[in-house]
Design a protein around this ligand. Sequence first.
Ligand SMILES: Cc1cc2nc3c(=O)[nH]c(=O)nc-3n(C[C@H](O)[C@H](O)[C@H](O)COP(=O)(O)O)c2cc1C
Length: 306
Amino acid sequence: MSKVNLAVDLNGLKLKNPILTASGTFGYGLEYAPYLDLNRLGGVVVKGLSLWEEEGTSPPRIWETASGMLNAIGLQNIGVERFIAEKLPKLKEYDTAIIANIWGKTIDDYLKVAERLEKAGDISALEVNISCPNIKKGGMSFGVSPDSAYDITCRLNEATSLFLIVKLSPNVADIKPIAKAVEEGGADALSLINTLIGMAVDVETKRPRLKNITGGLSGPAIKPVALRMVYEAIKAVQIPVIGIGGIMDLYDVLEFLIVGARAVEIGSANFVNPRVTIEIIEALEGYLEEKGIPDVNEIIATLEVE
Ligand SMILES: Cc1cc2nc3c(=O)[nH]c(=O)nc-3n(C[C@H](O)[C@H](O)[C@H](O)COP(=O)(O)O)c2cc1C
């Protein structure tokens, strides 16, 4: 029995510890079961689900950079129906929060996926990826304008009683009005950041490294940007914020918690070490014991700026 409390409560979403996996970097959770005990995680955020099965973009679609990676997977997934039939029954055998990351091309797509997941049961929360292109608005993403971010959050809030986490895009000039719009639209929490847009070129062939030309940059390279955006979002809203971006170890987690994130998601680090989430949970527990801090909540939002 641990001497310290790791449990956090995100205004209704109760997690046994603040360590979650980031969507797209942990499959549907079950793929990692041979390497670690899923019961020990605060929660599993599954690969982004759409109404249809999505093949994603053509390879090459991953490129390693100096301090992170570029990916252009194109939101490949098995679709919400197969997720409910094939993955959810096994996933719910574990005692951990199941958070379904969802996306669509239109608001209706999002609503249908959300309704389907709510009906299926056993989902602790939805994480809404508003960073993907909205075809009906000419390839823009819902996450880049406060108005469209408000609209989609509002509609989802009316359509489902599931806990609603809206995941923000960092590819905006100012995150604060978008964070506020999402809060006003009725989101229960925010998570950020998604990947930054980047590219890499092969100088021999003079061709882009990715078939898609550009891709999403993740990993240690984006941590300072993520931390700054989480800091700004926390100042703009009252709802809980989940920090994501370049978290590789305990000290990265502590930075996000000190800034005020109530939980964090670990992404690219899972590709380097599939057991990283468990190692971080153990390190967090050890850190609190060593420092004589009885409760992880005592660390959250302790940033001193004076
Ligand atoms: C290969 C890959 C696939 C991803 N797929 C998704 C996805 O389906 N939905 C989503 O919201 N974010 C997706 N992301 C973004 C991550 O969840 C996370 O926001 C981002 O990688 C930053 O965290 P990190 O630096 O810890 O990796 C993906 C990231 C990677 C690297």
